[in-house]
Design a binder for this molecule. Structure first.
Ligand code: G3P
Length: 220
């Protein structure tokens, strides 16, 4: 499973990139707005830190302008993945940008029907929003399972399921169990995945017993 980081904060990205666990980054207009910085400069900075796909979302809603915006974003760096919303115009733009050889992440997916359309439009990634479905008492993970099952029926579908709006380590684990290709993680969720009280307790006990030996490895 590939781990993308869901943020536009370059400091967070730099810190997490040092873990060696980061395969890409996703941003969206809300995350970019939070930085208070110029969009194209944020994207360029992220692409310098992370070699993998970096999603940058168009903000137009008509296909011709989406395509123009997408082509401008794609010029920033070769690992830019243009994000388009799952609308008729978004999928027209997806097909055109894929024709250019540009990676496209189709976002704001909330149904299997939408995911089928995105695959037919040649999307590189489909982003079903698990957390936002859970937020309104729909089963977000069930959508992930349904999309993975549908895509697996067809060898011709190369679209990768990119689990978005992840709210917890359980969303990550269960998406992995279902065979999702990618999850985009808020930094908080990645940090949470490390934690287990028995790990902390066990390490403390190891170090306490080691201290009693009076030894140090490097001075041995
Ligand atoms: O960036 C796409 C998606 O991960 C955002 O999810 O629901 O946390 O805003 P959300």
């Amino acid at each position: 499973m590939k781990f993308f980081i869901d943020t536009a904060d370059i400091a967070e990205i730099e810190e997490l990139a040092e873990t060696g666990l980061v395969d890409g980054v996703t941003t969206n207009p809300s995350l970019v707005a939070k930085t208070g910085r110029k969009f194209t400069e944020v994207v360029a900075d992220i692409c310098k830190v992370v070699d993998g796909p970096v999603s940058a979302e168009v903000t137009a809603t008509d296909a011709p302008t989406m395509i123009k915006e997408g082509r401008k974003l794609a010029e920033i760096a070769e690992n830019v993945t243009v994000k388009v919303p799952l609308t008729p115009d978004g999928l027209k733009a997806c097909r055109a940008l894929r024709g250019d050889g540009t990676m496209v992440n189709v976002t704001l997916c909330f149904s299997s029907a939408q995911a089928l359309l995105a695959a037919k439009a040649g999307a590189s990634f489909i982003s079903p929003f698990v957390g936002r479905l859970d937020d309104i008492a729909f089963d977000g993970l069930q959508l992930i399972e349904d999309i993975v099952d549908i895509y697996n029926n067809y060898d011709t579908i190369e679209t990768e399921v990119l689990v978005a709006s992840a709210r917890s380590p359980l969303h990550v684990v269960q998406s992995a169990q279902m065979g999702a290709h990618v999850v985009t993680l808020p930094p908080k969720v990645l940090h949470q995945m490390y934690n287990h009280p028995l790990t902390d307790k066990g390490l403390a006990a190891f170090l306490e017993d080691w201290a009693k030996t009076g030894q140090t490895i490097l001075d041995d």
